[in-house]
Design a protein around this ligand. Structure first.
Ligand code: DAH
Length: 433
């Protein structure tokens, strides 16, 4: 053994490469190594997974290709045969180390190269100057060697090509049994989902959706809804006004409810009207678990020539049962809104404790023991409102309602803090795919 060395070529592999004139003997305790241990020659690169590897780099035994047989002292046919066997052994060892196209080319040129390939050297140095007695034996050996070399080199080429093809096939193979690529595309926000749920319920009974501006004039937000400038109900709604340049024709504010769309809709279309209006509204509320300066409502409006209080309660009851389940009961209590007369507050029997006020022997946490949950405000459209939209109050009648979506979503999905709707924490959002 002349000398040994190993080099670290990549993070997880050891490799050794021998230079022209060297042979590489690799063996070791590592399984990959011992399995593939062997002698490699010029240009061969021996790579094993990182582990124990013993490597010996030795000078390649000189076959005397550049000398004549006479100069090598080979005068017997048997000696010639033995030397050809050495050459063939070298060829076989080198052939075993050829695993890719570039080392194959190097290998082919080293053996079959016209100018200085091994076979050319043997022809020039051994065959041509051979004595007449040896010529026959040398010629025969050389023919056998050439046949072997050519067939093996071709075999290696095919093996490398098919290996490469196989690798490419393996790499590109489409395995239809693998699960598809799941792209995290997100989902609708819970508020949007509840909007859709409610919209679907109203679609099924002939309502359609309209949407309106979030920046409104006081006329639509208040006056046309029968809330004149000094009406006390403005107190909790007099809210975010927009800073406008002096001389602007009308003040603007962020709408405090979706009710202005009642007016805008009736201005645009004659009865029958059956619309719902989902959207964002704004009020000067300090944020806490049940208040937010921005929240969501769905307004409802039905106006026609023959709408009765029965249609009104029947519609609301249908919606509530669809949303909370058929076993809930509804009730309404008298209330006051300037744009409805009579006005009511709709309650639903607590869907969480079955309207008993207790749950698992304790006070129901959802209705706080009241057995009823206050849902939303509604009423028959006040005839004064029709005056603002040129409807004939003597001929038409209708009902309206305004549902707070955030509150409904909190109730239905057991959410204790309205703020989570606006924080957009994915841990929350993911719970409602
Ligand atoms: N706009 C009212 C609010 O935000 C809710 C409301 C009550 C709307 C009664 C209506 C209704 O359409 O009839 O407080």
């Amino acid at each position: 053994m002349a000398f040994g060395r190993s080099e670290r070529s990549e993070d997880r592999f050891l490799s050794a490469r021998c230079l022209p004139g060297e042979s590489l003997l690799a063996f070791g305790a590592n399984y990959g190594c011992s399995r593939r241990a062997g002698i490699f020659s010029v240009g061969a690169r021996y790579i094993v997974p990182l582990g124990v590897i013993y490597i010996a780099i030795m000078p390649t035994p000189d076959l005397g290709l550049d000398k004549t047989l006479a100069a090598l002292g080979l005068s017997e046919a048997a000696q010639v045969v033995a030397r050809f066997a050495d050459v063939r052994a070298r060829f076989d060892a080198e052939s075993g180390a050829v695993h890719d196209e570039s080392s194959w080319k190097q290998f082919r040129d080293a053996w079959l190269g016209r100018k200085s390939g091994v076979l050319t050297q043997i022809t020039d140095n051994w065959l041509k100057p051979a004595t007449p007695e040896l010529k026959r034996a040398v010629g025969q050996q050389l023919n056998e060697l050439r046949a072997h070399v050519e067939s093996q080199i071709e075999a290696r080429r095919l093996a490398i090509e098919s290996g490469a093809e196989e690798n490419a096939l393996t790499r590109d193979r489409v395995d239809l049994s693998l699960p598809g690529v799941i792209r995290p595309v997100g989902s609708h926000h819970l508020i949007r989902q509840v909007f859709q749920e409610i919209e679907d319920i109203f679609f099924s009974i002939g309502f359609s959706v309209v949407e309106g501006p979030e920046i409104e004039t006081p006329y639509y937000n208040f006056e046309a809804l029968n809330i004149p400038e000094f009406h006390p109900v403005r107190d909790d709604m007099d809210t975010f006004y927009i800073d406008l340049p002096k001389g602007s024709p009308t003040p603007l504010l962020l709408r405090t409810h979706t009710s202005p769309m009642q007016i805008r809709t009736m201005e645009k279309q004659k009865p029958p009207v059956r619309v719902i209006v989902p959207g964002k509204v704004y009020r000067r509320d300090n944020p806490d678990a049940t208040h937010s300066f921005a929240f969501h409502q769905i307004e409802g409006l039905a106006v026609d020539t023959d709408i009765t209080f029965c249609d009104f309660t029947g519609t609301i009851e249908y919606f509530v049962k669809q949303f909370f389940g058929p076993s809930v009961k509804t009730r309404f209590r008298p209330s006051y809104f300037p744009f409805t007369e009579p006005s009511v507050e709709f309650d639903v029997s607590c869907p969480f404790c079955g309207g008993t006020g207790t749950s698992n022997g304790a006070t129901c946490s959802k209705c706080k023991g009241a057995a009823w949950i206050e849902l939303f405000g509604a009423g028959m459209v006040d005839p004064a409102v029709y005056g603002f939209v040129n409807y004939d109050a003597k001929k038409v009648s209708g009902f309206a309602f305004g549902i707070g979506i955030d509150r409904l979503a909190m109730l239905k999905y057991g959410i204790g803090d309205i703020q989570v709707f606006f924080q957009n924490d994915v841990r929350f959002l993911r719970q409602f795919p």
